[in-house]
Design a protein around this ligand. Structure first.
Ligand code: ATP
Length: 418
């Protein structure tokens, strides 16, 4: 079959790498792709957030299956346009993508189906929001309602910090001016990935990531500096609790509303005292969590995504490898602040890659036969092992083979679980 993947980060390189290995994949096109993806697929330049452009491209290239990587095309309704035209698509509709695009929407769904999450309130007015936090006290969490690329959330230690966050939101810093205020949840965070076909659900792995740029989880937030899978904190018993109390009720509520969820539901969870509560949903794979999940799942990923898109999850099983994977992100110095583009990355050619280790590309480009840095997060050095310690050692062995003085990484990915 002819397959089109939308996106061009480390997540899409990992998806492309896994899908490419499945004999069902005859032709693979990734838009826009990157230098690493170009080695295994055709890259096409395309505005992936434009419904009409993606549709025209899929028609022109006789695409049989479209896999949507990032959230922006989902929020823009690209999957709806493709489905209406008869294409098979992996990724939720615009209406179901609200589970990521609006925090208040997710909270309403949780209330409607009884899923455990932090107590919350929403305000369209700054005075009422300030009165509410004064009554609740600190610590408290202040969130801009819409998509803000990870920058719209303040975990406020003091009331002054919470007020400052409210002021920023009502100054229009994040687009729309509506605020969600939540009870602070203590605990350990972990991510749970579940394929949903509108009715049935199939868990495909757990992971933990490192959002902060600095070692010891310090410094500003990033898109993610590393991840590992599985997440030891998400025991089988907890996974069962999350399926029964959070995931299945959410999927049932979405179906009841006439907006069934089809795609991957990525639940951000807070675990404390043997109980998990929902922090947030994302409606696509995480980056870099996708890299560790894909390395562990391999070629079966295409069968799983097809079963999801075709509504066949009830009789689909995952073939578990039962091992561990860890990925270390290499970023351009300065990231997540200002950084330079265009530096040359050497040493990639000599690295043996395969089902046990892969250097996935994120922001890379090819120039005069050399790989250059073209973004903030640039590479994801990913490896598997029978233990997490072995995966960790192999991933850092990959990092150490890369000659890129303009890049950096955290040396402590996985510390909590190790
Ligand atoms: P954005 O919408 O700006 O892209 P996001 O979707 O990443 O942000 P969340 O996942 O809701 O936003 O919050 C980001 C982080 O803030 C979480 O990973 C968690 O560490 C922390 N956080 C969010 N809500 C709570 C809460 N109620 N209690 C404790 N910590 C929280």
């Amino acid at each position: 079959m002819n397959i089109l993947i939308l996106g061009g980060g480390g997540r899409e390189h990992a998806l492309a790498w896994a899908i490419r290995q499945n004999p069902k994949c005859d032709r693979l096109i990734v838009a826009p792709g990157n230098a690493g993806i170009a080695e295994i697929a055709r890259c096409a330049s395309l505005d992936i957030n434009s419904r009409s452009e993606v549709l025209a491209f899929a028609e022109e290239h006789a695409i049989d299956f479209v896999v949507v990587g990032p959230e922006a095309p989902l929020a823009a309704g690209v999957s709806d346009a493709l489905r209406e035209a008869g294409f098979l698509v992996f990724g939720p509709s615009q209406a179901a993508a609200q589970l990521e695009a609006s925090k208040a929407f997710t909270k309403e769904i949780c209330d409607a189906c009884g899923a455990p999450t932090a107590a919350w309130a929403r305000f369209a007015d700054a005075v009422a929001a300030r009165d509410y936090i004064a009554a609740q006290g600190a610590p408290i969490v202040v969130k801009a309602d819409g998509l803000a690329a990870g920058k719209g959330v303040t975990v406020a230690e003091t009331l002054a910090d919470a007020e400052e966050a409210i002021n920023l939101i009502f100054r229009g810093e994040f687009g729309d001016t509506s605020v969600v205020i939540e009870e602070f949840m203590a605990g350990e965070e972990a991510s749970f990935f579940v394929l949903c076909d509108g009715t049935d659900c199939l868990p495909i792995g757990t992971a933990q990531d490192h959002k902060r740029v600095g070692e010891g989880d310090t410094g500003p937030n990033t898109g993610g500096m590393g991840a590992y899978s599985p997440a030891p904190v998400l025991t089988e018993a907890l996974q069962d609790q999350v399926m029964a109390q959070i995931i299945r009720p959410t999927v049932a509520e979405m179906a009841r509303r006439g907006t069934p969820f089809q795609g991957v539901l990525y639940a951000g969870l807070m675990i404390e005292g043997g109980r998990a509560r929902l922090v947030e949903y994302n409606v696509r794979f995480g980056d870099p969590e996708c890299q560790v999940l894909m390395l562990r799942l391999g070629a079966q990923v295409l069968d799983l995504l097809l079963a999801c898109a075709e509504g066949r999850l009830s009789d689909t099983r995952v073939n578990w490898a039962g091992d561990h994977a860890l990925t270390v992100v290499m970023a351009a110095k300065g990231y997540p602040g200002a950084y330079e583009k265009g530096s040359v990355i050497k040493g990639l050619g000599g690295i043996p890659e395969g089902s046990f280790q892969m250097v996935f590309h994120a922001g890379t480009a090819e120039k005069d036969g050399q790989v250059t840095a073209a973004g903030g997060r640039v590479l994801a050095c990913t490896a598997r092992g029978t233990t997490l310690a072995e995966a960790h050692q192999r991933a850092y062995a990959l990092v150490d083979q890369i000659d890129w003085p303009e890049g950096f990484c955290r040396r402590d990915i996985g510390w909590r679980a190790l």
